[in-house]
Design a protein around this ligand. Structure first.
Ligand code: PEP
Length: 272
């Protein structure tokens, strides 16, 4: 074997060992996709699959399919959640879903402030902060999504925008409750576009966010908050992204829809 080939083999082994040691939070956001039959076949497909001990796997389907998740995943380590909630108890809120209902179906996570909710449904930071608080009060972990669009990225003011999204999003909960929150950095220009942020871009932004969190909320709390990356993650790019500093896991859209692809991503994160 050539010297360079040996180096590559050793490097790959070290990378796989590093991945094997770290536990990642992997969240699949199905958005408004899949039929009942497709959901059933996905769940059958993953039923006997061993996702391993260290990674936490969460799938977030459209609400009508939650009953299937409750039925099929009751004894599984795979968790599930909702893509949105309304921050009130039951009542006259046509078309909305309460945390009580999400809890009733065994949901453990809720995606809050996804860029599609912010842009298509005009959700603002204040509304989002109420949802974060409601989740925490109801024992459902909010995954607070933050991220800049391409123009904001180019203007170079995106870091201040990210800080505002975090500060305002978390403004209605106590510092002691921050360990119940997950933050997902999702640059809008990389969501569903096939254009991933490079590992260097992800690392730079995650280090920046982590520093803000520790400066603002103290190092214990700030280091404890899982920081996910989301934006066109797939089996080809996930390994390099996972090695970026301060990446605790991934929020995955398109590549979470196919059971094989989702399992492949998990295999890579398990160092296989
Ligand atoms: C998402 O929906 O949050 C997302 C990151 O989607 P995709 O992986 O398809 O870019």
């Amino acid at each position: 074997m050539e010297r360079n080939d040996i180096k590559t083999v050793i490097r790959n082994e070290i990378v796989n060992c590093l991945l094997e040691l770290q536990g990642f939070l992997v969240v699949g956001n199905w958005k408004m996709n899949k039929t009942k039959q497709e959901v059933k076949s996905f769940l059958n497909d993953i039923a006997s699959y061993d996702f391993g001990e260290k990674n936490t796997i969460v799938i977030v389907p459209p609400n009508p399919y939650l009953y299937l998740f409750e039925e099929k995943l009751r004894y599984s380590k795979v968790l599930y959640g909702v893509q949105n909630i309304y921050p009130k108890g039951n009542g006259a809120f046509t078309g909305e879903l309460s945390l009580e209902m999400a809890n009733d179906f065994g949901c453990k996570y809720a995606i809050i402030g996804h860029s599609e909710r912010r842009t298509i449904f005009s959700e603002c930071n204040v509304f989002i902060s109420k949802k974060v608080r409601a989740c925490v009060q109801n024992q459902i972990k909010p995954i607070l999504c933050i991220g800049e669009n391409l123009e904001e990225r180019k203007n170079d003011n995106y870091k201040q925008l990210l800080i505002n999204q975090i500060k305002e999003g978390l403004s209605r909960i106590d510092v002691s409750e921050l360990s119940k929150v997950v933050i997902a950095y999702e640059p809008i220009w990389a969501i569903g576009t096939g254009e991933t942020a490079t590992p260097d871009q992800v690392e730079e932004t995650h280090i920046f966010i982590r520093k803000f969190l520790t400066d603002e909320y103290g190092s214990d709390v700030g280091n404890d908050i899982p920081l996910l990356y989301g934006g066109s993650v797939n089996p080809t790019n996930v390994k390099k992204l996972a090695l970026a500093q301060s990446v605790s896991g991934f929020l995955i859209g398109g590549a979470s829809l196919n059971a094989q692809t989702f399992k492949e991503i998990n295999n890579i994160l398990n160092g296989n």
